[in-house]
Write a protein that binds this ligand. Structure first.
Ligand SMILES: [Mg+2]
Ligand SMILES: [Zn+2]
Length: 211
């Protein structure tokens, strides 16, 4: 395996409960942008396995009028500086900024980059000069698993959801290779697989029931 494609919200940074709108979504303010525990260390651990690490993220917040493009850049700087401080390296960041119902007209479109479409993954793999079959796709949403599966990646699901999600993740194009509670645990599972250390990897179903 050559590279890891990471979703952003829920994998790198925490999701935010926007009480006014009653939704759980990406951060919309600088104060809301918080890296999840051990993420910089996990990126470094993946780098140490010889893996390139890139981010492939749907970010329709600008299209929906939730935040300005500059803030997305601010989030990027916060994220990269914390990862770099831990000795980790991100080799590229790819966003889909579109949304079919966008308020901002130029971002209102059905595109081929919004996951579960695979445009972002293809772009990242082309820039890295790797094949998508040599990539892990790690995400906390069904669109991440679908995109990864369609693109031929090995998929890893991040989540602590209750077991109800299993009815969805069992379907053939969603079922991940691994499930992990956070990126650090995902990096450990990838290390086990890549170094061939015999270790029981929990089956990708119902392992979250205890969470
Ligand atoms: Mg996500
Ligand atoms: Zn797009």
């Amino acid at each position: 395996m050559k590279a890891v494609l990471l979703d952003r919200d829920g994998v790198i940074n925490a999701l935010v409960h926007h009480q006014d709108a009653g939704v759980v979504d990406a951060p919309f303010t600088r104060a809301q942008f918080k890296l999840l525990p051990r993420v910089p260390q996990a990126v470094r651990a993946l780098n140490e396995l010889g893996l390139r690490v890139v981010i492939v993220s749907n970010q329709p917040g600008i299209a929906k009028g939730h935040l300005k493009a500059e803030l997305l850049k601010t989030f990027e700087r916060l994220m990269l500086s914390q990862i770099r401080a831990a000795g980790g390296r991100i080799d590229g960041i790819y966003y889909c900024l579109h949304h079919p119902d966008a308020k901002v007209r130029k971002l209102r479109q059905r595109c081929s980059c919004r996951k579960p479409e695979i445009g972002l993954l293809e772009q990242a793999a082309a820039d890295l000069r790797v094949s998508l079959s040599e990539c892990y796709m790690i995400g906390d949403g069904i669109p991440d698993l679908l995109a990864g599966s369609r693109a031929g990646c090995r998929t890893v699901f991040i989540g602590r959801w209750k077991c109800e999600i299993c009815q969805f993740t069992e379907s053939p194009h969603v079922r991940p290779a691994f499930m992990a509670k956070d990126l650090w645990e995902a990096a450990q599972l990838i290390r086990s697989e890549m170094t061939g250390i015999a270790r029981t990897i929990p089956p990708p179903s119902c392992v979250l029931a205890e969470a």
